[in-house]
Design a protein around this ligand. Structure first.
Ligand SMILES: C[S@@+](CC[C@H](N)C(=O)[O-])C[C@H]1O[C@@H](n2cnc3c(N)ncnc32)[C@H](O)[C@@H]1O
Length: 308
């Protein structure tokens, strides 16, 4: 049928993205979604602090490192154990737990923690007492030995040479002070989190798993994906409310469904501009899309953004 041939073509396009990702030295084709979005909206600047929620296997972090260095820092979190790419740091845990979010807030709250390739090329990294060394799987140590690795974090991804150094004016300096005093130290929050599919790891009972997996790919599971994704989005928005600096940005994946407009309204209260994005590199047939929320406002109450 024509729809199956459309699907076939879409898959071919996606395969081309996968090939291109391998050629560019990126960990997965997911990177192209982010590169596409960045080339249009310029979400990263040098020196930015970026938090990458659900970072594994790490291609978004790779892009973030390449776009924010020198002087930037990238901190990822994932529920599965995964090594962050060079120049990035990682915590392992479930972001839905408030305790984990607090740990992450604490980590980014210390401006020197996890930062590599500062302007003088000096590494500054201190591990806070409350976060044990073994929970940080960051590659900062390797960076210290090989400072040149910063520039080459993502082979094939052009450096951000065209972006000029910024000189903040008085108003911006005042904003910066107020942001830092209030723990708003993150410039960009990324979330590519999606609900893990629980039975994927068990291959024991094939007769149960195969129909189950088939069902996962039908619209019958769309509600489950959507509801789970709204929970993840809300947790990410709560994190944005407490940690994003004035004019910071938030990019989040979501699965389309009944509640996404309510979530979009919350975003509109906290950010000046909100876009709904379906990147070319995302599978056409999926219900997956992204919200890009630009320029965080500060004079908004927590209740207005996160309340019922
Ligand atoms: C689509 S992948 C992310 C791909 C990544 N952006 C990249 O470019 O490599 C989604 C990730 O979100 C993680 N994840 C899902 N729910 C999570 C949660 N509650 N807390 C932390 N990580 C979560 C999954 O373990 C998975 O690794």
């Amino acid at each position: 049928s024509s729809s199956s041939s459309t699907r076939w073509k879409a898959r071919q396009t996606n395969d081309a993205y996968a090939r291109e990702a391998r050629v560019a030295g990126l960990k997965s084709r997911a990177a192209f979604k982010l590169l596409e979005i960045h080339s249009k909206y310029r979400i990263f600047r040098r020196g930015d602090t970026v938090v990458d929620l659900g970072f594994a296997p790490g291609s978004w972090s790779q892009v973030a490192v390449s776009k924010t260095n020198p002087g930037g820092r990238v901190v990822g979190i994932d529920v599965i154990p995964a090594q962050p790419p060079p120049g990035a740091n990682a915590l392992q845990g479930n972001f839905l737990s408030m305790e984990m979010r607090d740990r992450l807030r604490e980590f980014v709250g210390d401006q020197d923690q996890g930062r590599v390739g500062t302007r003088g090329g000096i590494l500054q990294r201190q591990v806070n007492d409350s976060i044990k060394q073994d929970e940080l799987t960051g590659e900062a140590e390797t960076q210290e030995e090989q400072p040149a690795a910063n520039e080459a974090a993502v082979a094939g991804v052009p450096a951000e040479d065209e972006i000029l150094e910024r000189h903040p004016d008085h108003e911006e300096l005042a904003e910066q002070v107020s942001d830092e005093e209030n723990g708003r130290v993150v410039n960009v929050v990324l979330s590519d989190m999606s609900e893990p599919w629980p039975l994927l790891t068990s291959t024991r009972i094939k007769s149960v798993n195969i129909p189950y997996l088939r069902m996962m790919n039908t619209s019958g599971m769309a509600f489950r994906d959507h509801a789970g994704s709204m929970d993840l989005c809300m947790a990410a928005l709560e994190f944005c409310y407490t940690t994003l600096a004035t004019n910071g940005h938030f990019l989040t994946k979501f699965y389309m469904g009944a509640e996404d407009q309510i979530f979009e309204k919350r975003l509109r209260r906290l950010f000046h501009k909100v876009h709904r994005i379906k990147p070319d590199s995302s599978r056409k047939e999926s219900k997956e899309a992204y919200f890009l929320a630009l320029r965080r406002k500060v004079d908004v109450s927590r209740e207005a953004v996160l309340g019922d």
